[in-house]
Design a protein around this ligand. Sequence first.
Ligand code: 3PG
Length: 212
Amino acid sequence: MTTLNERIGRLGVVPVVVIRDPSRAAPLARALAEGGLPCAEITFRTSGAAEALRRIAAEVPDVLLGAGTVLTPGQAAAARKAGARFVVSPGFDARVVDYCQAHELAVYPGVCTPTEIQNALEAGLDVLKFFPAGPLGGASFLKAISAPFPGLQFIPTGGVKREHLPGYLRLDRVLACGGSWLAPAAWIDEGAFGRIRDEAARTVAVVRGGSP
Ligand code: 3PG
């Protein structure tokens, strides 16, 4: 059976999404899937996040669904109840990690220092978000910081755009890249789902080795 990490690794990209109006959630998820990226990380930055997750889980069930910006165990519980299969946090919070592990929910906490990586290793994790990837120095920083931790893989996120994908994805320690460039909140608000589908398709072409 294909594991969740394998599915994310095959996609190569985790679209990060801010949804202000949950009625946009299912069309957004469909647009990503039509473009070849059936995955969405719905961030808990808006009050409609749990409802958006519920709608995608119910209406577009083939999309690999995650919750982002999860800061508390309560948000992780809400995400799980709403149908999220994975949880992403900007930083490492042992309470969130404990909750997810106790409920067999994949969790990708954010790290950007060796100490944080060691905390995550101690918690038994093997895939971490590297955040904020761009401002920290991108692929060269990630290559250096990951060197002492051979068992770990990373999802660089934060300041990542389509043109940065080849530099990250050529590192064998990168499972996938995360980012909001595929579905900016403004496009979702405008209902520009064709644009989101087209950006997803362009992104898939780059993941497969095409020019950005
Ligand atoms: C996140 O929520 O993980 C990141 O803030 C997404 O970063 P981006 O908007 O720079 O892609």
